[in-house]
Design a protein around this ligand. Structure first.
Ligand code: BGC
Length: 480
């Protein structure tokens, strides 16, 4: 249910002001004779500056609470025990295992002691569904098997144990650089016997059982890895962000989250000796009680059906894992109301996850007069029996509304961290194909930053940081 404050604000901002805002956010309009359904969708999904300010206020409060309280649900603000960014003179071979969502990667990183992008050899595999839903040993043995194959295929040998950084991109509470317990699963995983336990120990054991001379020296979130690896090539890097999407069945950084450099004096919940430490915000968990974000009935539907109801609520509005599904709920509702595909059979759309975020991205990219590619996506790829131009325009509009909201919320969150830190002249390293491939996503973030924070936000450089998490983990391992 919408909170009262946002219901009130949505009512108040409808009209010319909202239109201008939408124009600025790269939404195209049909003209002044729009049908009410276009306006209805905009009012449900597009967030006015007032709504965003209200969310920003809560988001910022939650960041401060998370820095002060252990296990703060709304924003865990997890100390990573990474106390410094790389100097750029690190050398040697390091391994990384990167378990991020749909895929796992094993990487060998050759650090040359220069600030150039390090050389990376890697092997990727899709995590099988039975491993995702199996037992703890199945998961860690599967990772060890993959590492074993990689080490043999690349004939990796070393006189001493090779150091490995383990990128584990799930909510973990760390008690040291190489120690951390999983607090809850996300992104389609539900392995038994992992939640509440340390994740480094079983990995180390599985590698040892395979006879591999490897020492797991660091446990790293993908956002921390992205921040660290990008800072290697750009010293101005202050934040690492993941904005993930599904591209067909392959995913990179499926969720959303961010890490940044914090002053230890502000991390009240820990008695830390150093000056600074990287904090993994786990911002995907924001609004654990569903009080602050303007949920539509479609979001509520998705939440109810999800593997983790009432968890990762912020992530559910931003991550590519969910955007296609939210859009699908809207399309099914519009059909039921007789407003979309009136003459078509849409049984194919009734199945969960039958509409992908990558298809939204393709639909938004189609600027042809008759929306020819939208027709292909809807009819050929999804299987809707027939569409006309009005259907296609409306579907494109739904995608724009859902996609724009995700960009607005991403911008609010990035800006919240920068404002909290008083840092605008910096680089924000962003990985994930939502940022990389979704049409206008970066532009919409920039425009929303400008709307909310003014000209200071022009100093922020939003940089694409591809595949940084593995290199980052290796760089952190190098510092051990
Ligand atoms: C996880 C984070 C991770 C993010 C991006 C979220 O679901 O909780 O730890 O950083 O996805 O991969």
């Amino acid at each position: 249910m919408r909170s009262n404050v946002t219901t009130f604000l949505i009512g108040a901002i409808l009209g010319a002001g909202l239109r201008d805002l939408l124009r600025n956010l790269s939404l195209n309009y049909k003209g002044d004779d729009e049908e009410p359904i276009y306006v209805e969708l905009e009012s449900q999904f597009i967030l006015s500056p007032d709504i965003l300010y209200a969310i920003l206020k809560k988001f910022t409060e939650c960041m401060s609470n998370g820095l002060a309280e252990e296990n703060y649900k709304d924003m865990p603000m997890i100390p990573s025990f990474v106390e410094r960014l790389p100097k750029g003179n690190e050398t040697g071979y390091f391994l990384a295992i990167d378990l991020g969502g749909t895929n796992a990667r094993i990487c060998l990183v050759d650090l040359k002691g220069t600030r150039e992008q390090p050389v990376l050899i890697q092997k990727k595999a899709v995590v099988p569904d039975d491993v995702k839903a199996g037992k703890s040993e199945d998961l860690f043995n599967w990772l060890a098997d993959l590492t074993f194959e990689f080490v043999n295929e690349n004939e990796i040998t070393n006189e001493e144990k090779i150091k490995l950084g383990f990128t584990f991109s799930f909510p973990v509470v760390q008690s040291g650089l190489s120690k951390g317990k999983l607090t809850q699963w996300a992104k389609g995983f539900s392995c038994e016997g992992v939640v509440g336990k340390d994740v480094v120990e079983p990995l180390q054991k599985a590698l040892h059982n395979k006879g591999l001379e490897i020492e797991v020296v660091a446990l790293v979130n993908d956002t921390v890895g992205t921040l660290v690896s990008h800072s290697y090539v750009d010293e101005m890097t202050f934040m690492g962000v993941i904005l993930g999407i599904l591209i067909l069945n392959v995913s990179k950084g499926t969720g959303t989250n961010a890490a940044y450099v914090e002053e230890c004096s502000r991390i009240k919940k820990k008695d830390l000796k150093g000056k600074q430490m990287v904090i993994n915000t786990e911002w995907g968990a924001f609004d654990s009680e569903r009080k602050y974000l303007p949920y539509t009935k479609y979001d509520n539907h998705l939440n109810k059906e999800s593997l983790y109801p009432n968890q990762q609520n912020f992530e559910k509005m931003i991550s590519g894992m969910y955007l296609g599904e939210i859009t699908r709920h809207v399309l099914v509702d519009l059909h039921a109301r007789g407003l979309l595909f009136p003459a078509s059979n849409i049984n194919c759309l009734l199945k969960r996850e039958s509409f992908l975020t990558s298809q939204m991205s393709r639909i938004e990219r189609d600027n042809s007069k008759n929306l020819d590619d939208v027709k292909i996506v809807l009819e050929k790829n999804i299987g809707i029996s027939e569409t006309d131009l009005n259907d296609r325009k409306l579907v494109k509009h739904v995608c724009k509304c859902v996609g724009t909201r995700a960009a607005q919320l991403s911008a609010m969150a990035i800006g919240a961290v920068l404002k909290h830190s008083g840092r605008w002249d910096c680089t924000v390293a962003i990985d994930g194909s939502l940022f990389e491939h979704y049409p206008n996503f970066k532009l919409r973030i920039q425009q929303t930053l400008r709307q909310l924070f003014g000209v200071v936000s022009d100093d922020v450089k939003l940089s694409l940081a591809n595949d940084g998490s593995g290199i980052g983990a290796a760089l952190i391992a190098a510092s051990c």
